[in-house]
Design a protein. Structure first.
Length: 350
């Protein structure tokens, strides 16, 4: 933890959203990007925004590529150091989700100085620096503004062998789907904002969100991994839909196999689902079959901040991939399969 003197302040009271729940819903994002075009096509840009992938990838011409990404959001926890660390881990995840490794990062900070003061902002940055230290990279600088609502994140530069790039649109029929972190972070964050989170549950979500997805760099070396992304603000269904639509496949999701934070079910029963989950569900409900109950809708649409990796891998490699992840101390669960489109919904929940 930080050596800075703590400041008693509930950061989540200063944000209308929480963590990746701040993301613009998929349907609205489609409207924003619908008129976008690349003014100057460049063959060296291997991955751009057209596939809604996790980061941009630029070919260096020598078998290596540079990964570039940025991610920031408003507080999802009240502790300033924890907020900074979570936001930084979340941003680093985009590099890992491309099969790469981060090289360095710069900070992005918006802070209402008159309301919260510089000392609290320093704790946020310290949390971000700790996440970078955990990832083995420097926090090399950044940019800050005086803003009406606090937000923090990173712009991250990474690297990957061109042969190891993992995209979100290259899944194949017959692939198994593997998820590396349980769902429910958005539900717990909502319970905290509403003052309903029990003291014993206070750090459950935090402890999950500060875990790096650095195993993504190892997955980049696995030929059996066909597609890779991380599960964040659009929920499991939203990011799985991106994978399906980009790949021209249909997913069968085994609901009883989807890992959940057990305590999240208690708070879901109290009505503690995030507004972002509702926005997500409304954006893609027409493409989903089998998620008609409130529990399924809200858990599968729950915005995940610093969520796990979603892996689409060859059926013959699934056991090997599961063992690799578990040997690295990463939880991993086989949650479904990809298949040839059989009409109807893009994702079928069984």
């Amino acid at each position: 933890m930080s050596e800075l003197k703590p400041v008693d302040q509930r950061l989540t009271q200063y944000s209308h959203g929480a963590g990746c729940g701040c993301k613009i819903a998929p349907a609205e994002l489609d409207k924003i990007l619908s008129g976008s075009s690349m003014d100057v096509p460049d063959h060296r840009l291997l991955v751009g925004y057209h596939t809604r992938d996790d980061a941009a990838v630029f070919d260096l011409g020598d078998g290596r590529a540079i990964i570039s990404t940025t991610d920031f959001f408003s507080p999802i926890v009240d502790d300033a150091f924890d907020f900074g660390r979570i936001a930084a881990v979340n941003a680093l995840s985009d590099v890992y989700a491309m099969g790469g490794s981060p090289l360095m990062a710069v900070a992005v900070l918006g802070w209402p100085l008159e309301k919260l003061g510089a000392e609290l902002a320093a704790q946020v940055v310290a949390g971000g620096r700790q996440a970078c230290k955990d990832a083995g990279i420097p926090l090399a600088g950044g940019h800050s503004i005086d803003a009406p609502e606090p937000f923090f994140g990173l712009a991250v530069t990474g690297e990957v062998k061109v042969a190891n790039i993992k995209r979100n649109n290259t899944a194949k029929p017959g692939d198994h789907l593997i998820l590396t972190k349980p769902l429910g972070v958005g539900i717990l964050a909502t319970a905290m904002k509403r003052g309903q989170l029990l003291p014993d549950h206070l750090n459950i979500a935090r402890d999950q969100m500060v875990k790096l997805n650095n195993v993504g760099a190892l997955l980049g070396n696995q030929d059996g991994v066909h597609a890779l992304t991380d599960v964040t603000g659009f929920g499991l269904l939203g990011h799985l839909l991106e994978m399906c639509e980009g790949s021209g496949t249909q997913a069968v999701l085994h609901y009883n196999e989807v890992p959940l934070i057990p305590e999240s079910l208690h708070y879901l029963g109290l009505g503690c689902y995030a507004d972002g989950a509702l926005r997500n569900w409304k954006s893609y409900a027409a493409k989903i079959d089998g998620a008609s109950s409130l529990e399924r809708m809200m858990l599968l649409s729950d915005p995940q901040t610093s969520g796990g990796l979603l892996v689409s891998c060859d059926a013959g490699s699934s056991t090997k991939i599961l063992e690799l992840l578990m040997n690295e101390g990463t939880s991993a669960t086989d949650i479904g399969i990809m298949r040839i489109v059989e009409g109807g919904a893009t994702v079928v929940v069984e």
